[in-house]
Design a protein around this ligand. Structure first.
Ligand code: GMT
Length: 383
């Protein structure tokens, strides 16, 4: 039986993508939060996780280095990762491995667990499903059997929203239990001075700022943001701030020029701390056609910024429609513009939504969510 009051520290290996993407951010903040509670955390990935920052007690980083061997057209990252997991587990006596993203992290964790089992070591692995990509990519026959297997073999599986859990159930041969543990935010990241100089530079006449943050993949529908903004701009002064970079950025720049709103649109590219931009924003826009959770929308809410978004995937579990923002059908730029104008044209309403967004975000406070992961770890380990 697991002791529900146990505080025994655990040694946890975290495998994640080290980038600015939501899954990497969540995995990194989870590791930092667990380390602050006394657990020993080992990040195992190909680069220093972007949100790791400076030194943290109890946090270690192990780089997975793939040899650039002339025989390889495709470097076998998954195999090298599995070997690294075995090595780190042996050296640091890890209790468990937490794989964020099924492709290819869960299957590497499965291989590592099988190798260690041969040595008499039982090291469970937990898989957290992050993106709706799992439901798109994973359905492809070139991935499906391995992904379904790695999910089914996990000692525990979590998904970041009910929507992703349902999709995984329906689209894969996965009939095992999937627990929903939502993403979270860390309030201390928001307790920073507001950069009024940045705000004044972007909006010199104190125009409202609409912000979008993403990796500009086609599924983010950044051109809808530009289209909606052009409609808003036709009705009142406003500025549009884009944070991030990716394949659709150029098309968005071209569209902004074509629609005559390029002088009111600013592309900042990848920035180290997007929360600084959120703290000077008035509205956040996320019109994705697929989104398992929408961490950027949650971060906007935690900064007191109402969200205008699509109803895709798990967004409606995060953004309470009519409370923290307004949700619109996917691809409906008129609805996006009308929702933005509804909020921006009435300062009192905007202020009310801002407060509501802040309150609503509290459901995802790290202190509510982190113990959920600890509970799952202890159950799996019988600690
Ligand atoms: O949205 C992306 O393109 C990045 C992707 C990732 O790998 O970080 O985000 C996914 O995981 C995030 C963290 O759980 C979620 O907030 C995003 O909604 C999810 N993206 C998609 O489902 C498209």
């Amino acid at each position: 039986m697991t002791d529900p009051n146990s505080t025994r520290p655990m040694r946890i290996g975290i495998v994640c993508y080290p980038t600015f993407g939501g899954s990497g951010v969540v995995a990194t903040e989870l590791g930092k939060g667990l380390a602050a509670k006394g657990h020993e955390i080992h990040f195992i990935t190909y680069d220093q996780p972007a949100r790791l920052g400076s030194f943290h007690a109890n946090v270690f980083y192990h780089e997975v280095r793939v040899l650039d061997y002339p025989l390889f057209d495709y470097p076998p990252y998954e195999l090298v990762l599995a070997s690294k997991l075995v090595e780190v587990t042996r050296q640091h006596q890890l209790d468990l491995i937490h794989a964020h993203y099924a492709i290819p992290h869960a299957s590497a964790a499965f291989t590592a667990r099988a190798i260690l089992e041969q040595e008499g070591l039982r090291v469970p692995y937990i898989t957290t499903l992050h993106g709706t990509d799992i439901t798109l990519l994973g359905r492809d026959p070139s991935f499906e059997p391995v992904i379904s297997f790695a999910i089914n073999q996990s000692d525990a599986v979590t998904a970041v929203s009910e929507s992703l859990k349902d999709d995984t159930r329906h689209l894969f041969g996965v009939n095992r239990e999937i627990e929903v543990v939502p993403n979270f935010f860390c309030p201390n990241h928001f307790a920073i001075p507001v950069k009024e100089d940045l705000r004044a530079a972007i909006a010199p006449a104190n125009e409202p700022i609409i912000t979008h943050i993403s990796n500009f993949r086609p599924l983010k529908r950044v051109q809808d943001v530009v289209q909606a903004f052009a409609r808003v701009r036709a009705a009142q002064p406003a500025k549009l701030l884009f944070i991030g970079d990716g394949p659709e950025r150029y098309a968005a720049e071209v569209l902004a020029e074509k629609l005559g709103v390029h002088r009111d649109t600013l592309f900042l590219g990848k920035v180290k701390n997007p929360i600084e931009a959120l703290l000077i924003s008035d509205l956040f826009m996320l019109p994705s056609e697929s989104e398992s959770f929408g961490l950027s929308a949650l971060e906007a809410m935690a900064a007191g910024v109402p969200v205008v978004a699509s109803t895709a995937g798990g967004i409606s579990e995060v953004v309470e429609d009519g409370v923290a923002g307004i949700l619109c059908p996917i691809g409906d730029v008129d609805a996006l513009a009308a929702a933005a104008l509804h909020l921006l044209s009435d300062p009192e309403r905007l202020e009310r939504f801002s407060l509501q967004a802040l309150q609503s975000a509290d459901r995802f406070h790290i202190e509510r969510v982190l113990p959920e992961y600890e509970r799952i770890y202890r159950r799996v380990l019988n600690f």
